[in-house]
Design a binder for this molecule. Structure first.
Ligand SMILES: C[S@@+](CC[C@H](N)C(=O)[O-])C[C@H]1O[C@@H](n2cnc3c(N)ncnc32)[C@H](O)[C@@H]1O
Length: 243
């Protein structure tokens, strides 16, 4: 997508909508994250409006965050408990909190928001910098094939009498970039929601981890430690390499 600006993709309107929405996996995600944090502390990369961080903090875990969009952080600040979190506005590939954690996590496919392989590797390196000796980096993302019925497609996401939402996608296998536009058509007109992602298979993420001095410790097919089947999504946990 020409002229796509990742920094502008999560502006005020998206942030306001995000703060109102949930995905349905928050409870099970927080259960697993709280156990990995050992009741201590965690750092969320791309904390957004606190969908996961706020319920995790409510469990007694100190949750810090790094987030690119100040609009998302503004929304986080308005939510109960949101003003108490230490959040830095910055890029998760480079920004540092100067603290170490038993858990750093990056969820909701957000590793894909980094649009080059280099940036994704730098993200693993930055996570490794923030881990204490026994710390783990958890990544939750889709298995790319789950998102790619074809290299181009239009999916009817919502079809209602008064509006429709279409997901218009084009994937470039050479760059692994998926360009996507959520198009809402209603009586007020046409509303566009563009986003580009760089998809990466779990095996590529594992090699990125190795470059960052980490290794795969666990991989599940969901937050409840379901068996990983290579379909749908994966929850992957990386710890320090000892070999
Ligand atoms: C899909 S939202 C996920 C938010 C939150 N983690 C959640 O699970 O609800 C993606 C978030 O990643 C943030 N983001 C994208 N690129 C980033 C980067 N390079 N550094 C930090 N945050 C980034 C966006 O601003 C947005 O808030």
């Amino acid at each position: 997508m020409r002229d796509f600006d990742p920094a502008a993709a999560f502006g005020p309107a998206v942030a306001a909508r995000d703060a109102e929405s949930s995905r349905g996996d928050e409870q099970v995600a927080v259960d697993l994250l709280a156990s990995l944090a050992g009741g201590d502390s965690a750092l969320e990369f791309a904390i957004g409006t606190g969908r996961i961080a706020l319920p995790l903090a409510a469990r007694g875990v100190r949750v810090d965050g790094i987030e690119l969009s100040s609009d998302m952080v503004d929304q986080l600040r308005t939510r109960p408990g949101g003003a108490d979190l230490d959040v830095l506005v910055g890029d998760m590939t480079t920004t540092t909190t100067n603290r170490k954690y038993p858990l750093v996590y990056l969820v909701f496919n957000t590793i894909f928001n980094l649009l080059t392989q280099d940036a994704q590797v730098r993200c693993f390196e930055n996570a490794a910098r923030h881990l204490d000796d026994d710390g783990v980096f958890l990544v939750e993302a889709a298995v790319p094939s789950a998102w790619l019925p074809a290299n181009q497609y239009v999916n009817a996401e919502e079809v209602e009498p008064s509006y429709v939402v279409l997901d218009v996608c084009r994937y470039d296998p050479a760059t692994q970039i998926l360009d996507e536009n959520h198009v809402r058509l209603d009586a007020a007109g046409v509303h566009l929601g563009p986003i580009s992602c760089r998809l990466a298979w779990p095996s590529e993420l594992d090699l990125m981890a190795r470059l960052a001095g980490l290794r795969l410790v666990d991989r599940w097919g969901g937050w409840e430690k379901e068996r990983y089947t290579g379909e749908g999504l994966h929850v992957s946990v990386y710890g320090r390499r000892t070999d």
